[in-house]
Design a protein around this ligand. Structure first.
Ligand SMILES: [Zn+2]
Length: 164
């Protein structure tokens, strides 16, 4: 059990078990009509559908933001769109026991999150868990390198996870 983190803005303990915000489906999927969704395929790890005759593929991933002054990370759980060749390669290699694969993709996220939709990312295979994202855009890359504050985490959880 990890210790709790006290938020610097309000001195309240942030929920200690997980600093995580999972996104249940890709933004592009959420934007579909119900009739369009019925023709696609979705699960908690893979989504695919045809958009104007063109197949689109998504996998769920993790984007870690270190929390400044702690040894903890905040975990975003966004989806990433891969092209067809990468999606097939991903399916063939995601369970490899040595993590050595990377793919290029774009985040697909609903409006309103701090991670921009279509953010370009490197998708890094991990053994036994969802892949890790490395931002290829300067703003988010800087957040990944320099970290975010407890106030930032509080704000995100309050906005998106119903936390007060
Ligand atoms: Zn706070």
């Amino acid at each position: 059990m990890m210790g709790e983190l006290i938020c610097a803005c309000c001195n309240k303990p942030l929920p200690s078990d997980s600093f995580a915000l999972g996104l249940r489906r890709p933004g592009a999927w959420i934007a579909l009509s119900r009739a369009e969704r019925r023709k696609g395929k979705d699960s908690d790890d893979y989504v695919s559908f045809t958009d104007k005759g063109k197949p689109r593929y998504f996998v769920r991933a993790v984007l870690e933001l270190p929390i400044v002054g702690t040894d903890r990370h905040f975990e975003y759980g966004p989806w990433v769109e891969l092209d067809e060749a990468s999606f097939i390669d991903y399916g063939e290699h995601e369970d490899d026991v040595v993590a050595k694969h990377e793919w290029f993709g774009h985040v697909s996220i609903e409006p309103g999150y701090d991670i921009p939709d279509r953010l370009p990312v490197t998708v890094v295979q991990r053994v036994g868990i969802r892949p890790l994202l490395i931002a290829r855009d300067e703003v988010v890359r800087k957040m990944q390198e320099e970290g975010v504050t407890t106030e930032y985490v509080h704000r995100l959880l309050a906005k998106h996870a119903g936390w007060s």
